[in-house]
Design a protein around this ligand. Structure first.
Ligand code: ADP
Ligand code: MG
Length: 172
């Protein structure tokens, strides 16, 4: 399927592989019912994530409408924010690698978790396939490169446009 690839759902618990301990938490979204998921290439992708944070969430400071994290005003009031993201689509080792998984690392420092929150993502590009790593250090190094690639790509005008996708604040 062509970009953007979209999916949304509530953030669920992952397999506790300790992403957070590595400093790169990944928000898991269920892939059931996502039409394009089976034919998607496994690997690392970048794009935008919209999240509806609970109104009590400490990271929900007021944002001016011009801010890069702000969707339309009424959606801001409902707790929606938009962030750049890098994500992996792969196979869930928990289900003997028969079931796909989608994990999103949001490029923003949050003060607390947001399990249960609605998250909508729009994937704009593919970075690389998945590799097997001999060391955690090598894995982290690659992820840090992915993060840099994503940030730089999303800063470009062509990808900035992708922030205006209404899907990112919960619309169809
Ligand atoms: P799990 O195995 O449950 O997915 P992780 O260690 O991957 O555990 O942590 C993921 C959780 O961390 C997310 O569900 C979310 O609530 C929280 N979180 C905090 N900051 C981020 C972030 N920048 N990107 C993704 N998730 C984050
Ligand atoms: Mg995770």
């Amino acid at each position: 399927a062509p970009f953007p690839l979209r999916m949304k759902g509530k953030v669920v618990s992952g397999f506790g592989r300790g992403s957070k301990e590595l400093g790169i938490p990944t928000a898991n979204i269920p892939v059931e019912g996502v039409s394009w998921i089976d034919e998607a290439e496994s690997g690392v992708y970048f794009g935008w994530a919209g999240i509806q944070l609970p109104t009590s969430h400490p990271s929900l400071s007021p944002v001016p409408p011009s801010s890069s994290t702000a969707p339309p005003e009424d959606k801001v009031a409902e707790g929606w924010r938009i962030y750049p993201m890098v994500m992996s689509i792969g196979y869930n080792p928990f289900y003997k690698n028969k079931v796909r998984s989608a994990e999103v690392h949001v490029l923003h420092k949050f003060e607390t978790d947001f399990y249960g929150s609605e998250m909508a993502i729009s994937i704009l590009g593919y970075i690389r396939p998945e590799y097997d790593y001999v060391s955690v250090e090598a894995l982290i190094e690659d992820i840090n490169t992915d993060i840099e690639v994503s940030k730089r790509s999303l800063e470009r005008e062509a990808w900035q446009k992708g922030r205006e996708d209404r899907y990112l604040w919960g619309e169809e």
